[in-house]
Write a protein that binds this ligand. Sequence first.
Ligand code: NAD
Length: 456
Amino acid sequence: MPELESVLKEHRDFFSRGGTRSVALRILFLQRLRKTLKNHETEILQALRQDLGKSDHEGYMTELGIVLDEIGFISKRLTNWAKPRKVRTVLTHAGSKGMIMPEPYGTVLIIAPWNYPLQLALSPLVGAIAAGNTVILKPSELTRTVSGLLQTILEEVFPPDYVKVVQGGPDVSTELLKQKVDYIFFTGSAPVGRIVMEASAKTLTPVTLELGGKSPCIVHHDADIRLAARRVAFGKFTNAGQTCVAPDYVWVHRQVKERFLTELKSVITEFYGERPLESGNYGRIVGRRHFDRLIRFLDNGKCVIGGEHDESALKIAPTVLEEVTWEMPVMQEEIFGPLLPVLEYEDLEQVLETARSLPKPLALYLFSQSRRVQSRITRELSFGGGAINDTLMHLATPYLPFGGVGESGMGSYHGYESFRTFSHEKSILKQTTKFDLPFRYPSSKYGLSIIRKLLR
Ligand code: NAD
């Protein structure tokens, strides 16, 4: 696509001219972005309601608020992060100084998904800008109102050779991936993640993959069951389950299963009323294809809570399924919707054994008061990140890096980790010219014996 080539050329020129070099200027642009987002708050919340049925509370808390906070956190610290850092050297290097200089890669391509269309486009963008890159952003084609608004806002803040929004679906993504950019940041599904990585291999471009998977939640018998039910319901039914770190399913101890289900039912009513399909607090499914896929799961196992759905509004009530088996489709793929299978266990060993045999999830949640259980689960299982006695909230602190491991992704971001992800750490050794230790040279008589003493 010739237009894409010319966009990229403009970005390269802007970068080569030093357009992103000044840290003060980067902060200025970030602040301008923050202000513009605030000015557009009403439209942003409306757009999120239109595309995904998000309430203002949810839209602000899980999208706009997170981005505003991230900008504030990064802007405050950026001057320090961007400074070259002195490091020690070793005896063989006597007289020299070591330094790590963070430098931007150049142009970053960000490909964003639809489920948090604002946050998952802008959070990486903020990191990329902070680190001194230019950005080409491709938002999701499935959330057109938000994607259009993102373009308007970013055009208001940045010149097009600094940040460019390119709209479109997989075809446009494919063309973008053929271009030689300097870094690719992808958020989306594992199958598309594979395509992205294949394309990045062709141009040897570094890549971060923020993918998904089936994130488990364990509710042990010693947990505060009422609180567990509240926090599981919050994690699962926020954005109608279309959250990459939503608890995909729950493993609950047999002793507390009935109580957990009773509490879950009551908290669903508290959050969304007797008729969740009519609740203004409850989101909708993004599109017809996604809705149909989810409806097919409804007869997997036994539906004990919810199950109602409204095809014309693309809404599915918060639903809990029992008696599901690992062979059923609902347990074979990431659910990504408001259906919560509840599995029962007797012995925690069973859970550990099954969890170890599954792909490493993006998140894992444990509800238990026991330090021993907490320590076993967090030490013995591998997962991107997670929470003890909570769900989702680990994602919303800039002090914790966020990312997957294994099939749930590679690389991480948020807070300092965003700056690091979008920076190359250049190592510089500044050598003294005051003296020249001779032992390294082939002509040195005692060279080898000195080296043997120094390098052991
Ligand atoms: P997706 O992979 O279908 O799409 C993501 C992006 O890739 C979109 O911009 C889309 O246009 C583009 N795309 C689609 N097909 C492509 C192709 N063949 N070639 C190149 N680009 C292509 O994902 P989605 O449906 O938007 O999002 C849902 C998935 O994303 C879930 O698996 C979820 O767990 C995951 N996710 C992960 C995170 C995270 O932070 N780790 C966050 C949100 C969503």
